[in-house]
Design a protein around this ligand. Structure first.
Ligand SMILES: [Zn+2]
Length: 439
């Protein structure tokens, strides 16, 4: 597939080449503007969030398979020129209660199994240099991010071991708060214990240790006060691996303009700042879609409860894919937002935070197919470049948005880790939150 892509590239470049060799008529024709296709093909496209590992483990899905209702496979990766994917290691907190670490390890293993099965097309990568090398090798760079601090089971040791296994970012929380950090998903639920100021002392140690290891700190999903507390203490710039703009769609998972600017200014005094990777989920990009979803919610909740009751009566377990099926059925009744709405979010963040602080975090395979029109799989990624260029974004800006910005942040996170390791000043309080064994 890659060979075919480079052939297309040559064919696309050919007219420009011929043009350059013919005697110049006007200066403009000498410097033919690259086409969106050329720009997209020349970029290292990095997506920071896909939930495909659930499919690897639960559905025995292989990346060489047809999409089968999903958004990511090898064919779409090649068609969309996706250069690097951060596979999400997401542990559903109620289904896997009491064995988060086991599920975390199984998901990590599933990514490595995919790499082992397709060594000619995928490289397992843990560094920015590795992403560039995989790009030169015409392979997909496969990376991993843990989505939700509950995976470390309140243990810095587990965090370090996940780093050792190759995990290169961790979302401080998923939709569930932990003993040490608050989530936007349950911050208004008074039945759940929350921290006083967004992070406990242990939570601060987690962030410091991530900085020291060189694991990117991801603030998608966290409650606003956890966001600000994290930004105060982090020594490295942060990422939002999959969040959009709250000014355009009022979801607690999205970021206010003030937060967008804060991410752009995150890191130490010499930092070039972090990056917000725009989430493609229809419910985060379109207010109309979100409102329609809200109106539907009681009906959806009832259908899911009925399913659970039925399963219980029959003595079997409810699977995530069964719930996903119901969500898809209801979602299909709401019109999909146009692709332009997704571009609006990229554009908004570029204007508010700066073009150096925006990227893409699709949430592919994690949103029950609820994506804007025309964005069905990774094969549709070139449409983003096309739309950005139509809005006047330069080739250089597009390449930054498509992956350059994330690479810059990743490199800086590595540099900060080297500095902190040289300082040799571990700041670990040893005291664990809600320590069951010390009571
Ligand atoms: Zn998420």
């Amino acid at each position: 597939m890659r060979t075919r892509a480079s052939l297309i590239l040559t064919l696309v470049f050919l007219p420009a080449l011929v043009l350059a060799q013919t005697p110049a008529k006007t200066p403009e024709k000498m410097t033919a503007k690259p086409s969106p296709e050329q720009v997209h093909r020349s970029a290292i496209v990095i997506d920071t969030h896909a939930d495909t590992p659930q499919r690897f483990v639960d559905e025995h899905f292989d990346l060489a398979d047809p999409l089968g209702g999903g958004n990511l496979n090898l064919d779409s990766i090649h068609k969309g020129n996706l250069g690097a994917e951060f596979f999400s290691i997401w542990v559903e907190p109620t289904l896997y209660k009491d064995h988060y670490a086991r599920r975390t390890l199984e998901l990590i293993d599933s990514v490595k199994q995919q790499v082992a099965r397709h060594p000619d097309q995928i490289e397992f990568v843990t560094t920015p240099a590795g992403i560039e090398q995989a790009h030169r090798d015409h392979k997909l760079a496969a990376l991993m991010g843990i989505e939700g601090g509950h995976s470390i089971e309140d243990s810095i040791a587990l965090l370090r071991q996940y780093y050792a296994l190759g995990v290169r970012y961790m979302t401080i929380t998923w939709s569930n708060s932990t003993a040490w950090a608050d989530s936007s998903g349950d911050i208004t639920d008074t039945s759940i214990p929350h921290t006083k100021e967004g992070l406990t002392e242990f939570g601060k140690d987690v962030v410091y240790e991530m900085n020291r290891l060189g694991m990117m700190v991801d603030i998608s999903h966290v409650a606003d006060r956890t966001f600000y507390r994290t930004l105060v203490i982090t020594r490295a710039p942060v990422i939002a691996s999959h969040s959009s703009a709250r000014a355009l769609c009022d979801a607690p998972r999205n970021m206010t303009d003030d937060m967008l600017r804060a991410v752009a200014n995150s890191g130490g005094p010499n930092s070039k700042g972090g990056v917000v990777q725009v989430n493609f989920y229809s419910g985060f990009i379109s207010q109309a879609y979100r409102d329609a979803q809200k109106a539907q919610k009681p009906e959806v909740d009832k259908a899911i409860q009925d399913l659970k009751d039925k399963a219980k009566a029959e003595g079997r377990e409810v699977k995530y894919e069964d719930i996903d099926k119901i969500q898809r059925e209801f979602a299909d009744r709401i019109p999909r937002p146009p692709l332009s709405m997704l571009i609006d979010h990229i554009d908004h963040i570029a204007k508010v935070a700066g073009v150096d602080h925006v990227g893409i975090g699709s949430d592919f395979d994690g949103v029950s197919g609820q994506l804007p029109e025309g964005m069905d799989s990774a094969a549709d990624l070139p449409k983003i470049t096309e739309a950005l260029m139509a809005r006047g974004y330069s080739a250089e800006d597009c390449r930054k948005i498509l992956g350059g910005n994330l690479l810059r942040v990743f490199r800086e996170v590595e540099a900060v880790a080297r500095e902190l390791q040289a300082e040799n000043r571990p700041r670990i309080t040893e005291k664990q939150p809600f320590d069951k064994w010390q009571k």
